[in-house]
Design a protein around this ligand. Sequence first.
Ligand code: BG6
Length: 508
Amino acid sequence: MENPKNLIFIIFGASGDLTSRKLIPAIFSLKNQKILPEKYAILGVGRSKLSDEDFRTRMSGAIVSYSEEKSDDKGLIPDFVKDIYYHSMDSTSENDFLTLKMILGQLDEKYGMDGNYIFYMATPPSLYEIIAINLSKSGLANNETGFRRFIIEKPFGYDLETGKKLNKTLHELISEDQIFRIDHYLGKETVQNLLVTRFANGMFEPLWNRNYIHRVEITSAENLGVGDRGGYYDSAGALRDMVQNHLLQMVGLTAMEPPSSLDADAIRNEVLKVFQSLQPIREEDVAKQVIRGQYTPSLIRGECVTGYRHEKDVAINSRTETYVAIKFFINNWRWGDVPFYIRTGKRLPTRVTEIVVHFKQTPHHLFRRESGKLDANQLIIRIQPDEGMLLKFDMKEPGSGFNLKNVNMDFHYKDLADVRVPSAYERLLHDVMLGDSTLFSRDDEVETAWKFLEPIQKAWKNNKEIKVFGYPAGTWGPEHANDLIEGDNLTWRYPCKNLADEELYCEL
Ligand code: BG6
């Protein structure tokens, strides 16, 4: 793999969780793979008053706790953290950016670098605009003396209006090709593998359309609750937190037309076309096509699990959804009339993300099936855990007659010996260092995704009759979500049953 040009990686919000859990372990791993620039430095920026040494100690601890490379037999951590620095400042103060500029200049000189900076906004979203404004005013955003790239974490706005406003403010200061909107799902190997599965194999693409596919289902379930993120989550909810970005990106890659090349814009243009083809859900249809839920207290294997409204920093009368399921259509020649069902939720029975492509039945049923079992052919693309693919099809059961048995043909990434699946952040941070924006959301994609969700947000805001269904923690969400799926005896694929009677980890 290519080594990027020399650079300084600046993290705003460096004392936060994201830096310790994801960013520093990911950069550490890049270092161990020897794919960092020849010369680089990391500068953490935050309000907390810390010395370089304090921050290095914290980051060493973060690597020990969160890096996949657990042991440090080779003494790699001390060698890594020596290039990490910390600067305490107020990101809303224009003056503080002049000091930041000076510090960056000194680091540049010390390391003999080329003025290339990557700014990572790991702060609350309310600070994105002011940080970009202050960087621009201090001359730090200017691309002329080296590249200046900005990584922005979701949420990219709160709705269509604020999403557009954020894009507009950023575009007044920097150009679109300097902006990397990170959606960590796009960094997952299995999400990228969707492109390969579809476009490197001749056998799937001819079937990948309305003539052979009955419906597509995408599930992203989590067994954990909101933990200590209640403050953020209560103003976001599952629609903004997961659907606007991760789920719709998976829809985009599943439904897109083959791109003409692997060029960043060639791929993103095709995803955008899918978003533009999403059939708008009318406000009056929201109650029918969108089911929202909120987890309630429950007993899981003898342990009491708190309901959402009693989580830390959550309003006691909150109507924020921790679960959402949506049925929609894509209005184009490939997908006309094929329903897409997506769902995501917290405190479901397990952590699993998968895409299930249900193929149509044979036109004439020659053989007897077990009663009620109609789903003969399914392709299941497992994003996590136990990453892989599974094809379900019917075989003859040995013995007299022609009885059918549904069997599996499967592939698991874990069976590839010696292949380590890199973390999403490793892949994405390395791509930003190289300037490759293929796996990042573009301004128009983000706005079009918000546009699709706008009637849902409006209906929920304006119509208090639309229910927020309670579901006991550890179950698969509100039962009403089953009614979304059209067809007799059809329902979601349940990779495992409710927590009360199944193991937490479920095999593909
Ligand atoms: C984040 C959301 O973007 O994705 C979290 O903010 C969610 O609420 C997380 O838990 C899920 O990511 P993953 O990689 O664990 O599926």
